[in-house]
Design a protein around this ligand. Sequence first.
Ligand code: DC
Length: 235
Amino acid sequence: MNQTDSKKIVIAIDGHSSCGKSTVAKQLAKQLGYLYLDSGAMYRAVTLFALRNQLAKNGTVDEQGLIDRLEEIKIEFHWNEASRQNETYLNGENVEEEIRQLPVANHVSPVATIKEVRQAMVKQQQELGKNKGIVMDGRDIGTVVFPQAELKIFMTASPEVRAQRRYDELTAKGQQVQLDEILKNVEDRDRIDSGRKESPLMRADDALILDNSYLNREEQLKWAVERAKERIENC
Ligand code: DC
């Protein structure tokens, strides 16, 4: 191991839905020359497998059916030079776009509550981070996946601020949406993520809080890069 390798750290970023975790995580990884891994994409890929194999529909999931077929699911990330990002592959097929669509979004929460699914994903995530030099975002990265991570960040913003951002994004795309419905959806998802039995979303005791309600992207990134450099210096 050379000098630079020995200074590589693991950075875990957890937090609520729609608070900009992946934007900060991606930019931070880029600045540090680290790998970025979106753990939510893995739960989304499993959900897509379930949908394609009639193991999920109308908001419900055949849990045992999915558990029985977990071994058939191979998830990988490959760098795409054109989009300059890692893209998600399910059994050899690029599914990056499809996992962001509504059918997956509508079924991923129940899939992510299944213990056996989580165990399989956590194992793969730990394998991907074993050489350090990685920024991973999700809900349980600092608590379950990398409890020894050198830097843990817990991101949040008020539900009202997150709902307003989502509303602005959707209306900019020409969609007709109601702010109060989006706020309800944000609050519902917080409740599901924080209230589930398996690995609920919670702040690790040693995580630093980044409340970005009143911070722009540059300010958040600057804060995160400073914290990361401090930790790298000190390890
Ligand atoms: O971050 P995201 O919206 O892409 O996550 C998709 C779903 O997966 C969401 O319901 C939360 C869940 N998830 C999880 O339970 N644990 C993680 N480490 C990452 C995501």
